[in-house]
Design a protein around this ligand. Structure first.
Ligand code: PLP
Length: 343
């Protein structure tokens, strides 16, 4: 419990908590302005702003960790910056300069340093950068003016049970993205598309929906906000698909898997192949690597089960341990993934 902040780091969950400052930068008349520091939590948007009507919105998510050595680390921040540029281009928004993204992320952590959860709490300071099109519009076209906002919030585990196996469900009546749509970009519209599936999944006692490829409904795409991977015969297997979001956590786990001597297969993965997998998990900044105990295929009333005695599998456990170790400064950062923030 932090007395000053009256925040119990262990009970944070994945929810919004106010911090001191948020940063903003606007793009208008063809250029980015100065970085602005705000304490106000609300935005003043024109009611006709394009983002409110036609969904021009993209976002990112990343975490700052308090390390064992007392240093604060951001994880692969430049990869987030590049991905945000891709997302922006994907929906015809102005890409945020990489340097601007980096500067705002670092500054947001510094300004809100008192909200960085302590080492050992399993919590972190989550950064949420977002970009929206703000030009007042009625006709459908890309905006000319954009707002880039970056706020922070301390978060705990995404799933309330933490690193424990969780159940997910496959529905065939919903897609989160179209075959040649926006699934490969981190845009809010994809989440709107997935809301019905996710809500139904939770109502039925699952932690998430696992989406199939929208074209053939044969291959695994991903879980709402997290990629999928499975372990079989010394291989780390993860779906390759044009409609999934390239997860930075997944990319990192693939490298760690290679370092552990596993083979990495990035290819279409049929749902039915799950019957042969020893372990399965979902991965993302929020979920880290969350083991799956069961994937339930509702249409065929078929369950694929993994975890042994309710425990995470050994390979998923080791992947998780190594990733966390790098993020917390407990293990060497061989690939230069972390950025130490002076606070
Ligand atoms: C953000 C996100 C992920 C996870 O990506 P990370 O870079 O690992 O956080 C996976 N799928 C979707 C749809 C996402 O939006």
């Amino acid at each position: 419990m932090n007395e000053d902040l009256s925040l119990d780091w262990k009970e944070l969950g994945f929810a919004y908590h106010k911090t001191d400052y948020n940063l903003r930068c606007t793009f208008s008349s063809g250029e980015w302005g100065e970085i602005e520091v705000h304490t106000d939590e609300t935005l003043n948007l024109h009611m006709a702003a394009g983002c409110l009507h036609y969904g021009q919105q993209a976002f990112e998510g990343q975490k700052a960790f308090m390390g064992k050595d007392g240093k604060v680390r951001l994880f692969r921040i430049d990869d987030n910056a590049r991905r945000m540029q891709n997302s922006a281009r994907g929906i015809k928004m102005e890409p945020i300069p990489l340097e601007l993204f980096r500067e705002m992320a670092i500054k947001a952590v510094q300004l809100n340093a008192r909200f960085i959860p302590p080492y050992g709490s399993d919590a972190s300071l989550y950064l949420r950068p977002l970009e929206v099109g703000t030009t007042p519009l009625v006709g459908v076209r890309p905006a000319d003016d954009f707002l880039f906002v970056l706020f922070t919030t301390p978060v705990g585990a995404y799933f309330k049970d933490g690193f424990k196996p969780t159940k997910v469900v496959v529905y065939r009546e919903f897609d989160r993205a179209a075959p040649l749509g926006t699934g490969c970009w981190k845009v809010g519209g994809n989440y709107a598309c997935g809301m019905r599936a996710t809500t139904k999944a939770k109502e039925n006692g699952f932690s998430a929906a696992l989406f199939l490829d929208p074209k053939e409904k044969r291959y695994i795409d991903e879980c709402g906000p997290a990629n999928f991977f499975g372990i079989r015969d010394g291989a780390y297997i993860t779906p390759k698909s044009g409609s999934i979001l390239p997860s930075i956590t997944n990319m990192s786990l693939q490298q760690i898997a290679r370092d552990m001597g596993l083979r990495v297969e990035c290819r279409p993965v049929e749902l039915e192949e799950l019957a042969t997998f020893e372990e399965a998990a979902e991965c993302g900044t929020a979920a880290v690597a969350t083991p799956l105990s069961e994937v339930y295929d509702e249409a065929n009333d078929r369950s694929y089960c993994f975890a042994s005695n309710g425990q995470p599998g050994p390979v998923t456990t080791e992947l998780y341990r190594r990733l966390r170790g790098i993020q917390l400064g407990e293990l060497p950062d061989t690939y230069g993934w972390t950025t130490v923030v002076d606070i």
